[in-house]
Design a protein around this ligand. Structure first.
Ligand SMILES: [Fe+2]
Length: 189
């Protein structure tokens, strides 16, 4: 389940229905998907796409997405920091950014034109569709791990256009992770 935080308002949203409503108001689709069959961590991209075909194929038809692939990022991925640096500065794309998280976590910050920046922390089972033209940036969480399905209308449209406002510098790329939802033990006297 995703977590949405609005740092400027001191607000956090953890309820799935509230997250869906909040993101929809900003034009962002949020869904939870479950696979048709269990997926091993070493499953091939083809196996992953087949396991989610029931959800992937209708979304591709609806959104005009023509290709789907699976990215796999690990702490030992070559040139990881350089790759991450491309997306951790505020940017926008000529096409939608569609990600379904299979494994790991990530943090999208979204900068709407008329309201405060908010962060969406995504994890396994979360589908997010950020519409073309939306100003945003992306970071991995501390474990530097994400495996995700990506859908593209045209991969050339997915080149980042940087805003160079520096706004991203004012937000810590901190993930709460599942532990955020674990109640702390009651203090002992
Ligand atoms: Fe992006």
């Amino acid at each position: 389940m995703a977590i949405v935080r609005i740092p400027g308002a001191g607000a956090t949203i953890t309820d799935a229905a509230e997250i869906t409503t909040f993101l929809a108001a900003h034009g962002i689709d949020y869904e939870r998907w479950t696979p048709d069959r269990p997926i091993d961590t070493d499953a091939t991209p083809e196996m992953v796409l087949a396991a989610y075909a029931r959800d992937v194929e209708p979304l591709m038809a609806r959104g005009g997405y023509r290709t789907a692939d699976v990215i796999d990022v690990r702490p030992d991925t070559p040139n990881l920091e350089a790759m991450l640096a491309k997306f951790s500065r505020e940017h926008w794309h000529d096409e939608d950014e569609v990600r379904f998280i299979i494994e790991g976590r990530g943090l999208f910050h979204v900068h709407p034109a008329e309201s405060p920046v908010f962060a969406i922390e995504v994890e396994a089972g979360d589908l997010i569709r950020v519409p073309r033209g939306t100003q945003h940036w992306f970071d991995l969480c501390a474990d530097r791990r994400i495996r995700a399905i990506r859908l593209f209308q045209d991969q050339s449209g997915w080149t980042p256009h940087y805003t160079d406002t520096g706004i991203d510098q004012g937000f810590q790329p901190l993930c709460f992770g599942p532990s955020y939802l674990t109640p702390r033990p009651f203090p002992q006297a």
